[in-house]
Design a protein around this ligand. Structure first.
Ligand code: C5P
Length: 268
């Protein structure tokens, strides 16, 4: 008998999509985050810690999630000179996170230093190296913003920049990129096999879109070649979060193409 209400979600047929999921803990305290984590119980083993929780209560949250045996995507989008980013990543590596990210626009020296810092930390601790993924062009930037930044004039320039920066990230030894659902198919085509494409901001069909105007459903994103999804308000703000997640996993599980995407496979 399930004590945490998540029995249906613990069905082994969801194991592959479970490993491809991070539920976003977009709250400012570990107390609030822990309540969400407890609600999902053993069914959810991956969580995203973003800037709000990191700056609100980071050490407690990261230690707490580690104690509970959860996988963590630390979404802090680092962007600084190579030496500073390397130092930050060496410190972050001590929390045993599964994945962390930096801005591709930090440039090749920063990306390479980031990868090397995580390699060194892993060698020192004898533990696994956290995956390192790059944010390309923030999806919040519109055509006018790109122009003011001197980054291009429209959607096709933005797309070209995403492609260019994703290729740069791969060439600097990064494991993947964070991308909007609409960029996934193009990135899958251009990227090496196994390159991670992490997608936030999807919306199940019929669910409130919040501020995500142009997005795909979680299943569509997986079908296009996403390897991992960050699920936020569509789950955490649903009337019944467990049921909302089960519907999403059902859809993801029915369309996921593990061979094409490099999605973590079930050995068993
Ligand atoms: O919109 P939603 O609540 O699903 O977002 C989930 C998480 O993904 C949030 O933490 C949000 O900051 C992040 N996100 C992102 N880039 C987007 C959309 C959402 O990093 N384009």
């Amino acid at each position: 008998m399930s004590t945490d209400g998540s029995l249906a979600l613990r069905d082994p047929r969801y194991d592959a999509v479970r490993r491809a999921t991070y539920v976003a803990l977009d709250v400012p305290t570990w107390l609030q985050a822990e309540a969400l984590v407890e609600r999902f119980g053993a069914a959810v083993d991956g969580y995203k810690v973003g800037l709000e929780l990191y700056f609100g209560d980071g050490p407690a949250a990261l230690s707490g999630l580690r104690r509970l045996g959860k996988r963590v995507f630390l979404d802090v989008k680092l962007h600084d000179i190579p030496n500073t980013v390397a130092g930050a990543l060496a410190a972050i590596a001590r929390y045993g996170v599964e994945m962390v990210n930096v801005h591709a626009s930090g440039g090749p020296a920063m990306l390479t230093a980031a990868r090397e810092a995580l390699d060194a930390a892993a060698a020192e601790s004898d533990g696994p190296r956290p995956l390192l993924v790059a944010v390309t062009v923030l999806t919040s930037l519109g055509a006018a913003d790109l122009e003011r930044l001197g980054w291009g004039r429209g959607a096709s320039d933005a797309q070209a920049l995403v492609a260019r920066w994703a290729a740069l990230a791969a060439s600097c030894g990064l494991d993947g990129v964070v991308a909007s659902a609409l960029e996934v198919a193009q990135l899958r085509r251009q990227s090496p096999p196994g390159f991670e494409i992490v997608v936030p901001g999807t919306r199940p069909s019929g669910a409130p879109r919040h501020d995500q105007v142009r997005s795909l459903t979680p299943g569509e994103a997986m079908a296009a070649g996403a390897t991992r999804l960050v699920l936020g308000r569509a789950v955490t703000r649903a009337k019944d979060p467990l049921l909302a997640l089960e519907r999403i996993w059902e859809e993801m599980e029915s369309v996921a193409p593990p061979a094409a995407s490099g999605m973590p496979k079930d050995d068993g």
